[in-house]
Design a protein around this ligand. Structure first.
Ligand SMILES: NC(=O)c1ccc[n+]([C@@H]2O[C@H](COP(=O)([O-])OP(=O)(O)OC[C@H]3O[C@@H](n4cnc5c(N)ncnc54)[C@H](OP(=O)(O)O)[C@@H]3O)[C@@H](O)[C@H]2O)c1
Length: 171
């Protein structure tokens, strides 16, 4: 049977589900950045306009960058801009190929919209409860099964310890 590319989220959230503050991440976690790079390498990355701007409008190298905005004239050198989420996901899946994986990398608006549609969540649970203005939705344990988990102690370049987890959609 012909399958489709998987649609996955990758996110780092505090114990209070905070993911962002003032357009930036509320922590520095070098080891989680290495994890992020490893998981997303070679895969299409899909993001909202605010997350694109948080990257200082530089595309993530070695990955196709797809950005969602209502602004058809958004400057996005090295990325492709979409005004329609379904069209962006369809393009991501086409780029990934049938056995590939499309990565939604944020932010809060995109995660909220994509969570009901996606197959897998790469979740970094950061051992902190920082102030923030952007949140990740609670994962319903009836809908999401934890299949993998690895703790990381706080290294020299990490503000906090964290645990990387993988959740698969049930059913
Ligand atoms: N901790 C993490 O893992 C993580 C990951 C990524 C980002 N973040 C943080 O999250 C924050 C940004 O998240 P956010 O929720 O504020 O913004 P966002 O999801 O990155 O982007 C929101 C923007 O996407 C566009 N958009 C959303 N839905 C759309 C639709 N249906 N049609 C067309 N355009 C649509 C709109 O752009 P226009 O306004 O241009 O129309 C909207 O303003 C930052 O603090 C960032 O650092 C954290």
């Amino acid at each position: 049977m012909k399958t489709q590319a998987k649609l996955s989220i990758i996110v780092a959230a505090g114990l209070n589900n905070v993911i962002g503050k003032d357009g930036d991440m509320p922590w520095r976690l070098s080891a989680d950045m290495v994890h992020f790079k490893r998981i997303t390498a070679g895969k299409p990355v899909l993001m909202g306009r605010k997350t694109w701007q948080s990257l200082f409008v530089q595309p993530l190298p070695g990955r196709e960058n797809l950005v969602l905005s209502r602004d058809v004239n958004l400057p996005a050198k090295g990325a492709e801009v979409f005004n329609d989420m379904d069209a962006m996901i369809a393009k991501g899946k086409a780029l990934a190929g049938v056995d590939g994986e499309v990565m939604v990398i944020g932010g809060g608006v995109l995660y909220e919209a994509v969570l009901p549609l996606c197959d897998r969540v790469y979740f970094t649970r950061v051992n902190a409860s920082p102030d923030g203005d952007t949140y990740f939705p609670e994962l319903d344990p009836k809908k999401w099964r934890l299949v993998q988990q690895q703790p990381y102690p706080s290294g020299d370049k990490d503000d906090h310890a964290f645990v990387t987890q993988v959740f698969e959609k049930v059913g």
